[in-house]
Design a protein around this ligand. Structure first.
Ligand SMILES: [Mg+2]
Length: 214
């Protein structure tokens, strides 16, 4: 018996391994637009927040130019560089087969998120609802995108969880009144999600938790 009727997921660093795609897209943007390089930890410091905010952290004045360079490179290389974390596709199929409703709540732009899902049909076919950055006026760490996904699924916060790898995901879940599930295989260290209701270190453990097997 699944633990929650509705399971919402962050995308990058939770469902899909986009580390290489994002690292190389961000590096392409800062080297071509700003003419300089940055260490990986600086490039990836704000992953999980809206892309424009990540670019503003690199250069406030040239953020739009950075965003366009990043997006063009990222879109051209998504199919080649994106992959689901091992076991995620099976876990999603098992959840759906068990009657769970599912959604992705991401700070990515809709077309970018759809491009990612198009490259991964085993993931896409198990996701009922996609909430992207343009779907709500405010974003994670606020509650709005999680609440919109619940509304679209006709689900109650008390019967839902939000699974994510970032502190913004934990905060968004808490603000929306759903159970927060922090996972540690993505972009952030364990400490970043330590105050989630549940912290999980491996995909098989996440499947057992969500399926109610303890
Ligand atoms: Mg993430």
């Amino acid at each position: 018996m699944p633990r929650f009727g509705t399971v919402l997921f962050d995308l990058d660093g939770t469902v899909v391994d986009t580390r290489e795609l994002i690292r190389r897209s961000h590096r392409h943007a800062v080297t071509t637009v700003l003419g300089r390089d940055m260490p990986d930890h600086e490039l990836l410091a704000n992953v999980g927040r809206p892309l424009i905010e990540q670019m503003e952290a690199f250069d406030e004045v040239r953020a739009q130019e950075l965003l366009e360079a990043q997006r063009e490179w990222s879109h051209a290389h998504t199919a080649e560089l994106i992959r689901p974390y091992p076991g995620i596709g099976v876990m999603l199929a098992d959840l759906v087969a068990a009657g769970c409703r599912t959604g992705v709540v991401t700070s990515k732009a809709g077309p970018t998120a759809e491009l990612a899902l198009d490259a991964l049909p085993e993931v896409a076919r198990c996701i009922e609802v996609l909430v992207a950055v343009e779907d709500t006026p405010t974003h994670k760490p606020g509650p709005e995108p999680v609440l919109l996904a619940l509304q679209r699924l006709g689900a109650e916060p008390s019967d839902a969880c939000y699974v994510g790898d970032a502190p913004f995901d934990v905060a968004a879940a808490r603000a929306a009144g759903v159970t927060s599930v922090g996972v540690t295989w993505g972009f952030f260290p364990r400490e970043a999600v330590a105050d989630a209701d549940v912290v999980i270190d491996a995909v098989p453990d996440l499947e057992r938790y969500l399926m109610g097997v303890t």
